[in-house]
Design a protein around this ligand. Structure first.
Ligand SMILES: Nc1ncnc2c1ncn2[C@@H]1O[C@H](COP(=O)(O)OP(=O)(O)OP(=O)(O)O)[C@@H](O)[C@H]1O
Ligand SMILES: [Mg+2]
Length: 228
């Protein structure tokens, strides 16, 4: 990776399910240390796009290049319900190509102190917000240069969401971790991120700085609701 190269570099990426095109020649970049929002309605192709970026889905065309380690907080969290929090975290390291320090859960507890109290508890017995915290911690075990979060706030109470966004913002500020944030709450996403993309029906409909998107009439009408 050369200086100035994006950490996530997506070019003309296409994802198909059978004959249905879910992602249609999408291009997107995330620079090191940047926080970028990806917003759009249900079925727009956001998860398909990030799953292709993460190598979980094979694209039908185009490419997604990573200039560092990326880790995914998947939609729906997918913690292992019968394993303890500690074991869920430990499993997050297995794919990491980094040194053995990355198997050390201690620094995740430092970043997410709310997990300390529940470390020996079954993940399936935790609240939705705590499970989301476990999913974050599991992704952080890979010591990623970029964290890809597929739906931060879905199903969570506002206070829990606020706590998670504070952790994410601190992680970005203190560790320089880049973030690609998929979020149904556009106001929240554009408040946290400096840049954003609006995806509709498999395509990038708009992109710009968070301020430009907040000021756009299209975004205001479709995503920010009345009074904005
Ligand atoms: N495994 C699959 N097989 C077939 N079609 C799929 C599959 N996964 C997603 N799709 C379709 O691809 C399109 C994009 O779905 P995707 O889940 O990527 O959207 P999304 O923007 O993440 O939506 P949401 O906001 O509801 O999470 C949808 O039409 C969806 O029905
Ligand atoms: Mg999705």
């Amino acid at each position: 990776m050369n200086p100035g190269d994006p950490l996530i570099d997506v070019r003309a990426l296409t994802v198909r399910y059978g004959t249905a095109t879910a992602v249609d020649e999408v291009s997107l970049t995330v620079q090191p240390g940047e926080m970028v929002a990806l917003i759009g309605p249900n079925g727009a192709g956001k998860s398909s796009l990030v799953n292709a970026i993460m190598g979980i889905l094979r694209p039908a065309g185009g490419r997604a290049a990573l200039g560092g380690q990326a880790a995914l907080v998947p939609e729906g969290r997918h913690v292992f319900p019968d394993l303890s929090v500690e074991d869920n975290l430990a499993l997050g390291a297995w794919r990491s190509r980094r040194d053995r320090r990355s198997r050390d859960t201690a620094w995740v507890y430092q970043l997410l102190p709310g997990l300390v109290r529940v470390r020996d508890q079954r993940a399936g017995s935790l609240s939705g917000g705590q499970q989301q915290m476990v999913a974050f911690g599991r992704a952080l075990m890979a010591r990623p240069d970029a964290l890809v979060v597929d739906e931060l706030s879905l199903g969570l109470a506002p206070l829990v969401t606020a706590d998670l966004t504070a952790h994410l913002t601190a992680l970005n500020a203190e560790q320089g971790t880049a973030v690609l944030l998929i979020e149904q709450n556009a106001r929240l996403a554009l408040g946290m991120c400096t840049r954003g993309y609006v995806m509709e029906a498999g395509r990038i409909r708009l992109h710009g700085t968070a301020a430009e998107l907040r000021d756009s009439a299209e975004v205001a009408d479709a995503y920010l609701g009345a009074g904005s």
